[in-house]
Design a protein around this ligand. Structure first.
Ligand code: C5J
Length: 226
């Protein structure tokens, strides 16, 4: 069986790589760029920017091999009708979802800060899922997209590791998807949270899934199709 070196043990690839998708969670200007929402909340965005080169390489490999790519974008309708109070009322009361910041209204669809960073911008045929929650399955068409393309295996990347990335991986695992978190392609504003998330997802024999790194994945995928 074709596998990727991973923890807690090698990750079994599907029989056809067409069933494997790269999922890139919320690599948006507001989380990664100075002057955005993340920095306004007092976070050091350089921790998130550090994963961009590896993620670019992984994305390039998927593009070269013509394998499925799914980008997600955390966003809300301009009238915030899809943002419950349990989300809206959290955090810094001076800067909330829908408020104006240097890059437009925070987490509102279509605003400059809501866009995916230019280095990872989706190409026209790539799938983009707009998500109002932390997990990418909640209130989105992601389940039907995965079914339509017969995707069974997900390589999960993006930000932030302990919030939207972890929520998505748990949701996917519950729905039967074989998930691998790409350690050097995910980041948190809090390095201890990232480390803890990696450990807990792959604990107990991979209770939620596997973890590995971009170089191991790229090496294996390039070989698998050569
Ligand atoms: C957060 C995310 N942290 N993409 N979003 O609100 O993790």
């Amino acid at each position: 069986m074709n596998t990727i070196p991973a923890l807690p043990y090698d990750y079994p690839l599907p029989t056809s790589l067409d069933h494997l998708a790269l999922v890139i969670i919320d690599m948006q200007r507001d989380f990664l760029e100075p002057g955005g929402f993340g920095e306004a909340l007092g976070n050091d965005v350089s921790q998130l920017q550090a994963i961009v080169p590896q993620l670019e390489t992984l994305l390039q490999t998927f593009r070269e091999l013509d394998l499925p790519i799914i980008h997600t974008q955390e966003c809300h309708e301009p009238n915030l009708s899809d943002c419950p109070n349990s989300k809206l009322k959290r955090g810094n009361a001076n800067l909330r979802i829908g408020d104006r910041s240097a890059m437009g209204r925070i987490l509102v669809r279509g605003e400059p800060g809501n866009a995916i960073i230019p280095a990872l911008a989706p190409r026209p045929h790539e799938i983009v899922v707009h998500k109002p929650g932390k997990g990418a399955f909640y209130n989105t068409p992601l389940s039907s997209i995965l079914q339509k393309y017969e995707i069974t295996h997900l390589l999960i990347t993006g930000v932030t590791t302990e919030v939207c990335v972890q929520s998505t991986m748990r949701e996917a695992n519950d729905r039967g998807y074989e998930c691998l978190l790409v350690e050097d392609c995910t980041a948190s504003y809090f390095s201890a949270f990232k480390a803890a998330t990696i450990e807990m997802l792959r604990a107990q024999g991979g209770i939620i899934g596997w973890t590995s790194t971009a170089d191991k994945i790229c090496q294996k995928l390039s070989k698998a199709l050569s």
